[in-house]
Design a protein around this ligand. Structure first.
Ligand code: NAG
Ligand code: NAG
Length: 217
C-alpha cells in the first residue's frame, strides 16, 4: 500500500515538473541580467556578472511615446522584451505598447511562447482570438478604456481600432521573448515561398489568388 502511495506521489510530482517545464523555468537566483556581449549559446541569454549589474539593466524608458502608425496595418507595436530590457532574462515576463490609427489593425498573429493580457488606455478596440481545431470558435469583444482582455498562449488573435480617434493599449506577456508569428506573413510571405500547389489546395482557391497574395510581401 505504502509503495503504491509513493509511486502515485512520484507520478504526481513528475507531472507537475513536466507542466512547469512547458513554460519558462523558475529562476534559480535573484536575477540573470542578459549579457548581450557573450558568445555563449544557451536557452535564453547568459548572465552578466552580478557584480557589474546596475539599475539601468532593469529599466527601459520611452513607453509614453506614441509609435508611428503610418504603415499599411495602421498600428505599431513597441516591445519591451529581453532585447530592450536585459533584466527580463529568465523572468518569464515582458510588455508592449500598441498604438492604433483610426481603423488600424494589429493583424492576426500568435505568440508561440506567451499568454497576453491587454488593457486599453485610450480609445476603443475590437479584439478576438480563435480556438484551435476542430471548433475554430471566434471569441471576440469590443473593449473600452480600462477594459482588460486575455489572449491564451499560442492562439491566433488580433485587435482593431473601432473608435473615432487613435487608440493605445498596453499588454503584458508571459515570456521574456514571446515571439510573433504573423499569419499572413508566415503563410504568404515566407522566403522562399511555400509552393503555390500547397497553398492553392490548403485555401481551396485558384493558384492566381495565391500568386496575388504572395506578391504583397
Ligand atoms: C512615420 O513613418 C512614415 C513611413 O515610414 C514616415 O514617412 C514618417 O516620417 C514617420 N513619421 C514620424 C513622425 O517619424
Ligand atoms: C503588419 O504588422 C505585422 C506585425 O507587426 C507585420 O509583421 C507586417 O509586416 C505588417 N504588415 C504590413 C502590410 O505592414
Amino acid at each position: 500500500m505504502a509503495k503504491h502511495i509513493i509511486l502515485l506521489m512520484s507520478l504526481v510530482t513528475l507531472s507537475f515538473g513536466l507542466l512547469a517545464f512547458a513554460f519558462e523555468p523558475s529562476p534559480l537566483q535573484d536575477f540573470c541580467v542578459a549579457d548581450s556581449t557573450s558568445s555563449a549559446r544557451v536557452n535564453g541569454q547568459p548572465c552578466k556578472n552580478p557584480a557589474l549589474v546596475q539599475a539601468s539593466d532593469f529599466s527601459f524608458s520611452g513607453l509614453h511615446l506614441p509609435g508611428n502608425t503610418s504603415n499599411p496595418n495602421g498600428s505599431k507595436v513597441t516591445p519591451v522584451s529581453v532585447a530592450q530590457l536585459p533584466g527580463l532574462n529568465t523572468l518569464g515576463i515582458s510588455m508592449v505598447r500598441i498604438d492604433y490609427a483610426p481603423w488600424g489593425i494589429n493583424p492576426p498573429h500568435t505568440h508561440p511562447r506567451a499568454t497576453e493580457i491587454l488593457t486599453v488606455l485610450e480609445g476603443s478596440l475590437q479584439v478576438g482570438f480563435v480556438t484551435s481545431n476542430p471548433d475554430n470558435s471566434l471569441i471576440t469583444k469590443t473593449l473600452q478604456k480600462g477594459d482588460v482582455f486575455v489572449f491564451p498562449v499560442g492562439l491566433v488573435h488580433f485587435q482593431r481600432n473601432v473608435g473615432t480617434g487613435n487608440a493605445v493599449a498596453i499588454a503584458a506577456l508571459s515570456s521574456q521573448n514571446p515571439g510573433v508569428i504573423t499569419i499572413a506573413n508566415a503563410v504568404f510571405g515566407s522566403k522562399p515561398g511555400i509552393s503555390s500547389d500547397i497553398l492553392a489546395k490548403a485555401f481551396q482557391v485558384d493558384k492566381s489568388v495565391v500568386y496575388q497574395l504572395q506578391a504583397k510581401f
